[in-house]
Design a protein around this ligand. Structure first.
Ligand SMILES: Cc1cc2nc3c(=O)[nH]c(=O)nc-3n(C[C@H](O)[C@H](O)[C@H](O)COP(=O)(O)O)c2cc1C
Length: 445
């Protein structure tokens, strides 16, 4: 008996040693061997929720914090979910059926942070209820949000779309999906597996912020929000939100400025931007037409296209009237479309036939820049719009309700409400919550 106990003891000790050895090896295998080369601008928070004791999402959050120098901000529930997996499933389902949130311990506001990483385990195809509560109680306006998630084999589901919807006033970067199967493993009693390494996280960060680093190197304006879209051939079209009605479009080395205006508040230093290849002007109002800025952006060969009234005031450039089209550099098709007021008492602001909206077709990607208009019948003729800019302020353009109505007519994939001044613009996102349109709120006050 004594001998048997000794043998058993040796076997147990040996087994513990093997397991410990494996743990160390596992840890070693996830040590990063690549370095963070991208520069992430501003102050960083790494907010995450992790339910399981071992915590896949927590592991990834710690990697991100370690490499970015960001501050770890855990989300903790007031009442923990049950330990048993099946019970957690039931409790989570109940939360999701009851408004989708779960009470969390206070997380301070995000003031002072420029970049907010947000991590959640995937629960029923999206973020967990404590993260939903975090979104509900925090403001992300003007911040860069970087989502990441861990899942048990079903993938990210609706997570990234839902994050975009939850913080429409933020610039949401492309996220990271990591498979972590701790729930399955836990049930089997074999510990944790995160099916990605620290290297994957560093590589993702490098790819994600390389563009920012490159634009910083060329002296570009980092403090503007940008969104990038892909053309049919997979080329990037980057749109920079300058302000109000002013935006910049970059495609294949081409610089396009739309309604560039320096003086309209906040004043913009256009010398920070490269000279323009194309300048589009929708109409003559001071928040759209600024001859000094056009002069500053102009170089040999700049193509300037305006509505006929502005072209006449400028004395140069090409006049394009409603219904006319033109082919710009790189085969970009430009259609001038109507933009006018219809509400009685407002029609003097933008009389029918005078001003332009524009549709740019860039290698199949269709961008509609509405100009100053209301929801006019001609909008129903706009087909296959990928990205739309619709104006929202009173009394000059549309109410949030009109913007929502126009958006439901045009059905763009992505909508940027713009020209919105003091309008509570989140209303547009709320009104379109069930529409499937990705409403992105940028600094177009
Ligand atoms: C309530 C609940 C729902 C889940 N739903 C999904 C799911 O829809 N798809 C999926 O792939 N994994 C699902 N999982 C697995 C977790 O996403 C996965 O194990 C995750 O890595 C856990 O992260 P954590 O360790 O940080 O809590 C679910 C887990 C729980 C507890």
């Amino acid at each position: 008996m004594k001998v048997l106990l000794i043998i058993l003891g040796v076997v147990v000790v040996a087994a513990i040693a093997v397991v410990a050895g494996c743990r160390i090896l596992a840890n070693r295998s996830t040590e990063a061997t690549v370095a963070l080369t991208a520069k992430i601008p501003g102050k960083i928070a790494v907010v995450y929720y992790s339910q399981s004791k071992v915590g896949n999402t927590a592991t990834v959050a710690k990697w991100i914090a370690k490499h970015t120098g960001g501050e770890l901000v855990p989300i903790e529930t007031v009442e923990a979910y049950p330990d048993a997996y099946g019970e957690t499933l039931k409790a989570a389902k109940k939360d999701m059926e009851n408004g989708g949130t779960r009470a969390i311990k206070s997380v301070p506001p995000l003031d002072g942070y420029d970049v907010v990483f947000i991590g959640s385990p995937i629960w029923y195809g999206t973020y967990a209820p404590p993260v939903a509560e975090f979104f509900k109680t925090h403001s992300f306006a003007g911040k860069t949000v970087v989502p990441f998630c861990t899942h048990g084999g079903g993938g990210a589901g609706r997570y990234f779309v839902d994050v975009r919807k939850a913080c429409p006033a933020a610039t949401v970067k492309e996220g990271l999906t990591i498979r972590g199967s701790n729930q399955v493993e836990r049930r089997l009693g074999t510990g944790v597996t995160v099916h990605h390494t620290e290297d994957d996280v560093v590589n993702w960060l490098n790819a994600l912020f390389a563009a920012t680093a490159a634009s910083a190197a060329t002296g570009d304006a980092l403090d503007f929000q940008t969104d990038t879209f892909k053309t049919k051939e997979g080329k990037a079209v980057t749109i920079t939100a300058i302000k109000h009605a002013s935006l910049r479009i970059q495609y294949d080395g081409l610089e396009i400025q739309v309604d560039p205006v320096a003086k309209y508040a906040p004043e913009t230093d256009y010398s920070r931007f490269p000279k323009a290849d194309v300048i589009l002007v929708t109409h003559e109002h001071f928040d759209h037409f600024d001859r000094d800025t056009i002069a500053a952006l102009r170089k040999d060969g700049t193509e300037i296209v305006a509505n006929p009234a502005v072209q006449k005031m400028l004395g140069f450039g090409t006049a394009l009237a409603n219904g006319e089209s033109r082919v710009l550099a790189k085969g970009i098709k430009l259609d001038a479309v109507p933009a006018y007021n219809t509400t009685p008492g407002h029609t003097q602001f933008h009389p029918k036939g005078r001003d332009n909206g524009y549709v740019l077709t860039i290698d199949g990607l269709r961008i509609y820049i509405a100009g100053d208009t209301e929801d006019i019948p001609e909008m129903s003729a706009l087909k296959d719009i990928d990205v739309a800019f619709l104006p929202c302020n009173q009394p000059y353009t549309m109410t949030p309700e009109q913007v929502a109505k126009a958006a439901r007519t045009i059905k763009p994939k992505v909508l940027f409400p713009y020209h919105y001044s003091q309008t509570p613009i989140k209303q547009v996102a709320d009104l379109l919550a069930d529409s499937g349109i990705d409403v992105r709120i940028r600094n177009y006050q």
